[in-house]
Design a protein around this ligand. Sequence first.
Ligand SMILES: Cc1ncc(COP(=O)(O)O)c(C=O)c1O
Length: 414
Amino acid sequence: MTTSSTLPTPSNPGPFGHKQRKNFFFPEGKTEFNHGSYGTFTRSVKENMMKWHDRAEQNPDRWVRLELKPALRKVRSQLAEFMNCDTDELALVQNTTTGVNTVLRSLKFLPGDRILQLSTGYISIVKTAQYIHDTHENVEIVEVPVVMPMSDQEIVFSVEKAVQDHIAKKDGSRIRLAIIDWISSMPAIVHPVKPLIDMLQSYGIQVLIDGAHVIGQLPIDLKFLNADFFITNCHKWLYSVRGSAVLYVPKRYQNMIHPTAIQGNYQGGFELEFSWKGTMDYSTMLSIEGALEFRKQYGEKAIMNYNHKLAVQGGKIMAEILGTNVLSPYEHQVGYMFNVRLPIKNINHPKIQTEDYLVRHLLDKYNLFSPSFMHGGCFWTRVSSQIYLELDDFVHLGNVWKEVIDELNAETEY
Ligand SMILES: Cc1ncc(COP(=O)(O)O)c(C=O)c1O
């Protein structure tokens, strides 16, 4: 990712920064630092969603019986162009959790099958794999410990070593599937997915890429990537409404993949099965159209450069204020989110052991939030950049976290 200078300056304010606030819904005084958790959408995207919503209400039969399927197909074809794959390889689903469940609960795991995951995997996905373990005979999880900072080569090496160690056991089991985050949640790290996919497939292992954070954050070329399965949330970084994600299943696997909720279109083929999810509101998924339109006026490169550069510089600013460091020294492992260390002296402080304390404290006292977590024996916060933020926002967040941590450290000393 290039980092051309796109941050606003007085002489060259550019299209992004605080002037973008008017396109979003934040009230005066609310600055959003956690876009990564739930995303948010623009006013124009809401209008687009309401267009679909109104159309459904004006004539429910015409909508469901005649118009819905072509409308979903159009959005899928726009996404296919965006991610370089065939329209027929894409299915719209509600979220990444559903997409991963769709794949894991469709595949027929046999006794002796193993599922490989990284220790940094997202909790819902880890639990879904655990569910497969719990409901199948002799299906186990192989977890690869990942403690950042690690270079891309070290990550690939660790995963390959886990595969080789497993093979060396010669216990009759085989790693059937690997689930790899493209961008992990906490810590937020961009992983070397292409080398991981190539390496894992060379051992005959299928690869499911959890790309929950990817669309809208990194360029995607699914033909080049050649993953066996890929899922990404559009409601995080693409700016569509929550409840919109897209699952990629290449044609070679489509006859074995079915929606998590089976309905009347069962066995009607991949497109038909995934076009009807039972009676519900499809306007959130269709709002992807509005999100793509909003982005087009600036171009993907401009959005990506701005957010990446803001994340890299924001991380440096906050680390300086806190007297600490960002987790990854490699800029290419940073997308739009960075992890900065919080200088807590006592990591067993009861208040940081219950996340609710910090959630309430940050929201109630400061009207802002960035999630915190333990990794590698240290305490970190994950911060999201976004086109409505500027560098001085990170100065503010850094000062708030400094005050919070200073207070906790004073309590510890007392
Ligand atoms: C890496 C990763 N995978 C999966 C998910 C689950 O996404 P959703 O809650 O939209 O299903 C998240 C959510 O933040 C995530 O960060």
